[in-house]
Ligand binder design. Sequence first.
Ligand code: AHR
Length: 509
Amino acid sequence: MKRGIILALFALCLSGYGQAQVAVRIADTASKQVISKNLYGQFAEHLGSCIYGGLWVGKDSPIPNTNGYRTDVLEALKKLKVPVMRWPGGCFADEYHWMDGIGDPNKRPKMVNNWWGGAVENNSFGTHEFLNLCEMLGCEPYISGNVGSGTVEELNKWVEYMTSAGDSPMANLRRQNGREKPWKVKFLGVGNESWGCGGNMRPEYYADLYRRYATYCRDYDGNRLYKIASGASDYDYNWTEVLMKQIGDRMNGISLHYYTVTGWSGSKGSATTFTPNDYYWTVNKCSEIEGVIQKHLAIMDKYDAQKKVGLLVDEWGTWWDTEPNGTPLYQQNTMRDAMVAALTLNIFNRYSDRVKMANIAQVVNVLQSMILTKDSKMVLTPTYHVFEMYNVHQDARYIPLTVEVGKVKTASGAEIPAVSASASKDAAGNINITMANIDLDKSQEVTIALPFAAKSASGRILTSKNITDYNSYDNAEVVKPTPFQKIKLGKGTVTFTLPAKSIVAVTLR
Ligand code: AHR
């Protein structure tokens, strides 16, 4: 009793002096739930400098390239182990006509990118360039089809062009354009944001349209499409309800978009200049995705108790003001963005029994990107480092855990748990635990209780002096992972100090 009081007083003193306690418990490591690698997916839209200048510079560019793809970006993405990439949009997808992007690049027609600043799109990056990029990265393509302004025939022919092996008109056209073998294309989005930029439809109307489109998107020669219905924006539960009721038996997946954004009109706030209150607002807003996912899942469970239909969060991330003089939606990326990535990925891992894919918006130069480029310069963002540290969870077995931790009270009165965590077991039997301490001031004394005695431990940490720190072209390594050494192993316990505003990945063997 006396010892208990002394320990409690000790804990109180520590928390008063900037340190608190976290108790993590892992009871069982034998779960069968797999964290799909596709939760770590990317999104590339014809928007700003994501494609042109970011991924693609063309073969004649003075910027070092591999057949037109930026070599530096290609190498960085290979290290990230990108599992899946969504293309060509976004809003752009519902105005994109794929036939404009095939054949001799010099003869491809131009178009105006009406959604994104009226830039002239010369279509030099089209179907072949995208699908070849996926092959080079070893990732699955996710094609977002045009439902808003296209036709059923156009989408049907695109699928045939990409995936048919036979003596069919579209397969022969593909051959004429230099590609004998079909590509493997599994993921097909039937429209994007059909409630908004993809056609401003009502869910009942979209559901009927989906039936028509999906009927003619065929499985050619062993290619099996995974058809994804254009799903809700964050809190629009009625959209999910109507789609699940009317076409739940005709889709493989339904999407969800959730942005950490202050609002759709007016300033969204600076990416790099913000107060602690702004930071905690962001952390709270990004954490709200958990409740949003739970509500969509509850609706899906009502119509599909066997969880045949996946929920795919195919757009998510932070959305700040575009940098002065930046291309559309080009924003810097600080340690705050890294925190959003860490918290969100821990949540996705937790719901991996039904959440089967997620695609952060976007891969290069747009919104919460992995990579920023300017002419021949490239920088890896703090968010890139989180994705790289977390890729140990890809296709690993999810391990449930409980976290007992104090809460951080924000200026708006919201209370957020100070630490977020998730764990998995990889094919080699290693246990990987990722944790984030959102608190700007207090470190956390972490004790993890395990059902076994770990023989060794290693880890990496991502943190920075200021939460506003970012990597710039002149100073590219301000925020980067470093070894995390002081991990103590006991009999069935692991203990370490999680510094304020830090993210760690620990491997136990
Ligand atoms: O990612 C940027 C845009 O956000 C996408 O084009 C659209 O789908 C969403 O509104």
